[in-house]
Structure formats: C-alpha cells, structure tokens
Design a binder for this molecule. Structure first.
Ligand code: AMP
Ligand code: ZN
Length: 220
C-alpha cells in the first residue's frame, strides 16, 4: 500500500498512522518528525528550518522533496509506505508523482481527514506528545494542570512549540492556502478517500479500514 495521509494540523494523521503501520507493516515517512529530528541533532538543516517551523510556515519545497526522494529510494519502501505531512503543496505532489513513476510505483490512495477549523483549534490547544514514543494525546483544559506520563512507556508529555495558539492559527491558514488544493488534485486522480475526521478515533479508524479494504487485492 502506497498511502498519503492528508489533513490539517490536528486532523488526526499521527493518531491514525500508528494503526496503519501495525496493520500493513509498512514504514511511515513523516516529514515533520524528520525535521524535528534534524533540529534535535542540531544539524545545518535543522538550524535552517527552525525559525520557519516555529512561525508555522512551510519549509521550501526543494528541501522536502530531497528528503522524501532519498527516503523513497530505500528498499523497505518497496512494499509500501505511509506519507504523513507530505506532500503539502502542489509542487510537492507533482514531485512525488514523478519520483514514484521513476521507480515504477504510484500512490494507491490519499486518505483525507476532514475536520472543521474550530475543532482543529480546540484539539491543538490541548494536544500533548510523548517525548519517548511520539504518541499524541488530547486533554480537557482542566486535565492539563496535572499532566500524566505517557500510558505506554511513562515518557514525559510536552506541548509542541508550534501548537501554541498564535502559531496554530497560522498553520491552519497555511493548510487552507497551500495544502487544500491537493484535495482537488487527488480527487481528479481518483485517489482521494474522504473521511470525516471529527468522528471518535475508533470510528475514523474503521472508516479508513473500510476504504482500504476495497483497494486490497482480493486474495490477501
Ligand atoms: P508536522 O509535524 O507535519 O505538523 O510538521 C511540522 C512543521 O514542519 C510544519 O509546520 C512545517 O513547518 C514543516 N514541514 C513538515 N512537512 C513539511 C512539508 N511537506 N513541506 C513544508 N514544510 C513541512
Ligand atoms: Zn510514550
């Protein structure tokens, strides 16, 4: 399965991808995670992208295309992959089609998680991420004062700096302006699977599974 997870920040891409990995046993390529790793390691790339990310803007296309191209040359992606956070612009989507075509591949589906602006803002304001395993949790406002540790591994939960309200508004605008055109792009390619991302997590998962089942070869 060659999949793209498409959706605004807070739409549930990170949450849903965990189960897709489990189910299909294919690697995730999450460009936001890659960039955060570069920053943590304090590489030249990391230093270059830090101020852009902290403003909530997009990193230049060529940098991202290079990262994803390199990753897609690795053999473990031959059996499939899940792209999370890429492509985010039309130029990136076109580059991706080209990269895949060069290696005789194509996308099977683009899963679009649709969520209203207000729900995104509410979710991101109370979103916390585990430092150890990257799991994402959303809390009610009153729970934030007494944050638990990650239930999976006891890791510390923290709020991403770009989840602060000022930056969140900017990131959602950037999504609407630069990434939302991909909905039409993939719809025209008959690749788009439209999912209501406001349903409870399990129902979103079921809806994704139902769509993907129709794409699996009948004998597997
Ligand atoms: P994410 O974790 O996917 O929300 O990404 C965090 C930040 O990394 C974004 O707000 C962008 O600044 C940057 N970023 C991640 N993926 C891309 C991409 N495909 N194109 C441009 N910038 C990206
Ligand atoms: Zn954890």
């Amino acid at each position: 399965m060659n999949l793209v997870l498409l959706g605004a920040p807070g739409a549930g891409k990170g949450t849903q991808r965990a189960f897709l990995v489990q189910r299909y046993g294919i690697p995730v390529i999450a460009t936001g995670d890659t960039l955060r790793d570069e920053r943590k390691a304090d590489t030249p790339l990391g230093r270059q992208v830090a101020p852009i990310m902290d403003r909530g803007d997009l990193v230049p296309d060529d940098l991202l295309v290079q990262i994803v191209n390199k990753r897609l040359q690795q053999p473990d992606t031959q059996r499939g992959f899940i792209l999370d956070g890429f492509p985010r612009t039309l130029a990136q989507a076109q580059a991706l089609d080209r990269i895949l075509a060069e290696t005789g591949r194509a996308l099977d589906a683009v899963i679009y998680l649709r969520v209203s602006r207000q729900v995104l803002i509410d979710r991101l304001a109370h979103r916390y991420v585990c430092r150890t395993c990257g799991s994402v949790y959303t809390f009610k406002p009153e729970e934030v004062r007494n944050l638990p540790r990650c239930p999976k591994d006891g890791g510390e939960l923290y709020q991403r700096p770009d989840d602060r309200p000022e930056v969140v508004a900017r990131r959602i605008d950037v999504f609407l302006q630069q990434t939302a055109p991909l909905i039409d792009y993939y719809s025209n390619q008959r690749k788009l699977e439209n999912i209501d991302g406001q349903l409870p997590v399990e129902q979103v998962r079921e809806a994704i599974l139902r769509k993907l089942k129709t794409l699996e070869p009948a004998n597997t």
